[in-house]
Design a protein around this ligand. Sequence first.
Ligand code: C5P
Length: 231
Amino acid sequence: MAELIVALDVDSRAQAEAKVKEIGDAVGFYKIGLELFTAEGPDVVKAVKDLGKRVFLDLKFHDIPRTVERAVRSGARLGVDLMTIHSVGGRAMIGAAAAAAAEFGERGPRILAVTVLTSLDRTDLEDVGIAGRSPAEQVLAMAKFATSCGAHGLVCSPKEVGALSAELPSGTLFVTPGVRPAGGDVGDQKRVATPADAVRDGATHLVVGRPILCAADPAAAARAIRAEMGM
Ligand code: C5P
């Protein structure tokens, strides 16, 4: 059964707590990203955990293996459930992240790899020395690489998840942003899919921000998306 994660894209801990309380039982999982974490630090993670929610800490680590290993440990001590790394950090870095998570056993975070940022096109890849592969080919190659190094799953666009889930081992996590309810406002997302499409194509977790955060009734919006997911 796929899970709904709400992207807690707000500026402050006070707003974050207010949104989580307002959404209540309709959502049990929240993503905290760079903006909120840089503003409020670990306290905002603790606050969301204290409200009984699971946390996806989306900081996309990319550093030397020792630093990433220690950062994953810090996240695990905070009790986060999902964390992200960049797969271009290499085999040793991905392995170090997975090993640090494994020290915490079942309570430890699952490590998700970012393959190619969806903001990059073929020219951007060429600029950084990745020539001869389309973004889609690079996504698949990096997905296979990252999971072979120990990553538990991938962050991917809902347009990629079908191709990836067909090629990767069962049990791999597929976390997809860019999801919009059928007929909803897409905002600045260009390649969107509905919740039903994403789940049908193999997504295990859907990340949805504005369609819930900006709704007049965020709890009702979340319940409607869960219904579209078949939950
Ligand atoms: O508001 P919206 O539903 O577009 O939020 C999606 C969330 O997923 C945001 O936190 C955004 O940064 C994140 N994300 C994304 N596309 C990616 C990677 C992450 O939209 N390729």
